[in-house]
Design a protein around this ligand. Structure first.
Ligand code: C5P
Length: 243
């Protein structure tokens, strides 16, 4: 894999409190051809304008708003998000297949209304990468191994016709084995050597994630909070090109 192929599989999370800070990072990453990910913090602060700005800079965009509501609401939300012209959106698989199907339908309608040639990819969050087995068993109330829950939710997402799931790199290999290479594994919890885990629990290095079969690596703080985001991304791409 060369550096531009690697960059096309990296999504940098612009987890910043305002547009100026987010765009400062985005500008620095522009030459690489990576994706950007807009999440809750930035979207709630700035609104849809940030998506337009990132599109103007030429980025592909994963709008990570983790929809989880009654099917009718999620359908409407997905329709609104698809109209913005983003490339990927997501929902919580815990919302069930009817909700996930509604998301797909809404996204298709939104893309058509906006004159887009294709709707955004839709992936389902299985278990957050900050969730440990203890939390899942003791607090959320789901027994068993995290991987079993991830696979069960992935099966629902596939049944609902979604394009893949968000899961930790530790589950990527099992997901690809069970659901095939076309079913996307989007993996946050990426930590290059020497970076702190922070609140993440189920983590792996960029190279480990790739080797496990991850299609997209979501990287937040190791790049976006680095003193030199471009240099930090370059280091990650270098590691990936060894795959
Ligand atoms: O800074 P860090 O690399 O931990 O950022 C990871 C990003 O991935 C955050 O924006 C977070 O919202 C997102 N994410 C996650 N776990 C999921 C889904 C999304 O960490 N299951």
């Amino acid at each position: 894999m060369n550096a531009s192929e690697a960059a096309a599989r990296v999504m940098v999370a612009l987890d910043k409190p305002d547009a100026a800070e987010a765009l400062r990072v985005a500008e620095a990453l522009r030459p690489f051809g990576c994706w950007v990910k807009v999440g809750l913090e930035l979207f709630y602060a700035v609104g849809p304008d940030i998506v337009r700005e990132c599109r103007r800079l030429g980025f592909r965009i994963f709008l990570d708003l983790k929809l989880h509501d009654i099917p009718n609401q999620v359908k409407g939300a997905a329709r609104s998000l698809a109209r913005l012209g983003v490339d990927m959106i997501n929902v919580h698989a815990a919302g069930g297949t009817e909700m996930m199907r509604a998301a797909a339908q809404g996204a298709a309608e939104g893309a058509e209304a906006a004159g887009r040639s294709a709707p955004p990819l839709i992936v389902a969050v299985t278990q957050l990468t900050s969730t440990t087995r203890e939390m899942m068993n003791g607090e959320i109330g789901i027994p068993g191994e995290v991987e079993d829950t991830v696979l069960r939710y992935a099966r629902l997402a596939k049944k609902a016709g979604l394009h893949g799931v968000v899961a930790s790199p530790l589950e990527a290999a099992a997901i690809k084995r069970a659901f095939g290479r076309d079913f996307l594994a989007v993996t946050p919890g990426i930590r290059p050597a020497g970076h702190e885990a922070g609140d993440q629990r189920r983590i792996a290095s960029p190279l480990e994630a790739l080797r496990a079969g991850a299609d997209f690596l979501v990287v937040g703080r190791p790049v976006a909070a680095a003193p030199d985001p471009a240099a930090a991304l370059e280091q990650i791409l270098k590691e990936m090109t060894e795959a």
